[in-house]
Design a protein around this ligand. Structure first.
Ligand code: DX5
Ligand code: ZN
Length: 212
């Protein structure tokens, strides 16, 4: 069974409550929530009040992916808004070890996201401190982009480095076609935005992906 985290970035923001309830009642494992600041990535998404509103509607974990500079400033605010998992970018954290400890101390599960060009070897001395790594399989900032094939190699390398206890999440360009390959390479959690919300039957697509 694959863990599926539908990305709300592709939801209908005019009907956000409807869409998050659909995800909550589907076979999805987590809600994936993309926060963009227009600095770390060339796009803006939404902020804390929206996360708070989502949290009110759902019971499944909120997997918050911070694509922002200086995430330390907002750790407590996201915890208070309802985040259960807080993923920060390796590239955005000068003192990553400190950031990870602060997320844990705030009672959330920390994750580290790596941009496509950042080698998995960069995680060597921090892997023992997290049990979730998000490999970006597109350049972060936008939904609906194409999967970067080199990610497959990164999954295999990271799995070799980390052993079986690490959860490897893949974010960007996940489709019904490449999902089985990603899982076979060693991924556990698949984020899917366009594939879920662009389909005629989003809940059915989540069920199909999670049965892989
Ligand atoms: C990209 C975001 C992703 C995005 C995935 O910056 O981190 O979570 O929403 O969207 P798809 O699945 O459409 O590539
Ligand atoms: Zn994301």
């Amino acid at each position: 069974m694959a863990l599926i985290a539908p990305s709300l970035l592709s939801a209908d923001f005019g009907n956000l409550a409807r869409d998050v309830r659909m995800i909550d009642q589907s076979a999805a494992a987590w809600h994936h929530i993309d926060i963009m600041d227009g600095v770390f990535v060339p796009n803006l998404s939404f902020g804390l009040p929206v996360v708070k509103a989502i949290a009110k509607e759902v019971t499944k974990p909120l997997d918050v992916h911070l694509m922002i500079v200086d995430p330390d400033r907002y750790i407590h605010a996201f915890r208070d808004a309802g985040a259960t998992h807080l993923t920060v970018h390796w590239e955005a954290c000068t003192h990553l070890h400190r950031t990870i400890q602060a997320i844990k101390a705030a009672g959330m599960r920390p994750g580290i996201a790596l941009n496509p060009h950042t080698p998995v070897a960069s995680l060597e001395d921090i892997l023992g401190d997290v049990d979730l790594v998000c490999l970006m399989s597109v350049n972060p900032g936008f939904g609906g982009q194409s999967f970067i094939e080199n990610t497959l190699l990164k999954i295999v390398k990271l799995r070799q480095m980390a052993g079986s206890s690490l959860q490897i999440e893949i974010d960007g360009g996940v489709t019904l076609t490449n999902a089985p390959v990603l899982l076979k390479a060693g991924a556990d959690v698949l984020v899917a935005g366009n594939t879920v919300f662009g389909s005629a039957d989003p809940a059915g697509t989540i069920a199909t992906l999670s049965a892989l």
